[in-house]
Design a protein around this ligand. Structure first.
Ligand SMILES: NC(=O)c1ccc[n+]([C@@H]2O[C@H](COP(=O)([O-])OP(=O)(O)OC[C@H]3O[C@@H](n4cnc5c(N)ncnc54)[C@H](O)[C@@H]3O)[C@@H](O)[C@H]2O)c1
Length: 299
């Protein structure tokens, strides 16, 4: 996917990885619609993009709100007729042991990380397909979506699995018309330890992040490096995008556990089972044959 002279929408772009992606896009010759729930931070990043010689427009949008994302999509096409990339990157985390988490923690985390990615993917995919633009949709997942189940992140981990699942399913359904990527970073030094700074009132309002998480994030790679790896990988049309080498070992460990369990259960399970894909095509063929056959009940 060539990004030069194209435009991109980046959500959660006022800080961290979204800012890193925006700057890397600008350096690669793309214009950027810098989107965040915090407009002031988006405006600062838009200034940085302009300083790199590309067009930028800052917009406020709460990605958890489907109507706001629809409006954003309409505005983005008006602002940038060359729009061809969307990074559904906005994400939040509320940490704590699973049994201590509240319903609001669940709603907020899924609202931004899952519903937000769904809203952005579908609102933009629909418009790209209508306009017949061969565009690219990149959804920010995490190493937590591939098997990293760190203590204190159960809701976040569940949400990131949903991001991987929905992006893979969208690729199956629309991959002939659009490109898709799923970004799976390890730790990046961003403001995510303090994600509660932007939690809306309806989800419980602002809260102070845990300084231990901040210390951990200081060991992460820089958002600028992450953004550069991500944009390079989109240019190479990768589906899985990595920023850290160790993430392969996480996925490998999961696969080894699945493989070992499958081998242990081999003698008990149905060896001749059809795969879901085989069943889908059999049922479709049976349905097509039945509907093509003359209807004998009404001579
Ligand atoms: N930092 C890491 O170590 C790491 C690792 C893996 C994945 N990620 C993912 O990267 C993405 C970006 O996070 P980050 O680390 O750059 O954090 P960050 O806090 O620095 O940036 C996230 C941005 O999203 C914005 N945001 C929050 N709620 C929003 C909403 N409802 N609508 C629109 N914008 C909203 C915030 O204002 C903030 O600017 C997230 O999806 C996160 O889960 C981060």
């Amino acid at each position: 996917m060539e990004v030069k002279n194209k435009a991109a929408v980046v959500t959660g772009a006022g800080s961290g990885i979204g800012r890193g992606i925006s700057l890397a896009l600008a350096k690669a010759g793309a214009d950027v619609m810098v989107v965040d729930i915090d407009l002031a931070s988006a405006q600062k990043v838009a200034d940085e993009v302009r300083a790199l010689g590309r067009k930028a427009h800052a917009a406020r949008c709460d990605v958890a709100d489907p109507a706001a994302v629809e409006q954003l999509a309409d505005a983005a096409f008006l602002q940038f007729p060359n729009l061809a990339l969307v990074f559904n990157n906005a994400g939040v985390v509320a940490t704590g042991m699973a049994l201590d988490m509240t319903e609001k923690d669940l709603q907020w985390t899924f609202g931004v990380n899952v519903f937000g990615v769904w809203h952005g993917s579908t609102a933009f995919a629909r418009r790209f397909i209508e306009r017949q633009v061969k565009a690219w949709i990149c959804n920010t997942c995490s190493e937590n979506g591939l098997g990293q189940a760190s203590i204190g992140t159960a809701i976040y981990t569940a949400a990131k699995h949903a991001v991987l699942g929905m992006t893979d399913a969208l690729r199956s359904e629309y991959g002939d018309r659009l490109g898709f990527s799923v970004i799976c970073p390890g730790i990046v030094k961003t403001g995510m330890w303090n994600a509660g700074r932007n939690r809306p009132e309806k989800f419980g309002g602002q809260f102070e992040g845990n300084p231990i998480n901040q210390k951990a994030m200081n060991y992460g790679i820089s958002p600028e490096d992450a953004g550069r790896h991500i944009v390079d990988a989109v240019c190479q049309e990768e589906f899985y995008i990595f920023t850290h080498a160790h993430v392969a070992a996480i996925a490998e460990k999961r696969w080894q556990e699945i493989d070992a369990a499958m081998r242990r259960q081999q003698s008990q399970i149905d060896a001749g089972s059809y795969s879901t894909i085989e069943i889908q095509s059999k049922v479709m063929a049976e349905f097509a044959a039945a509907t093509a056959a003359p209807n004998r009940s009404h001579p």
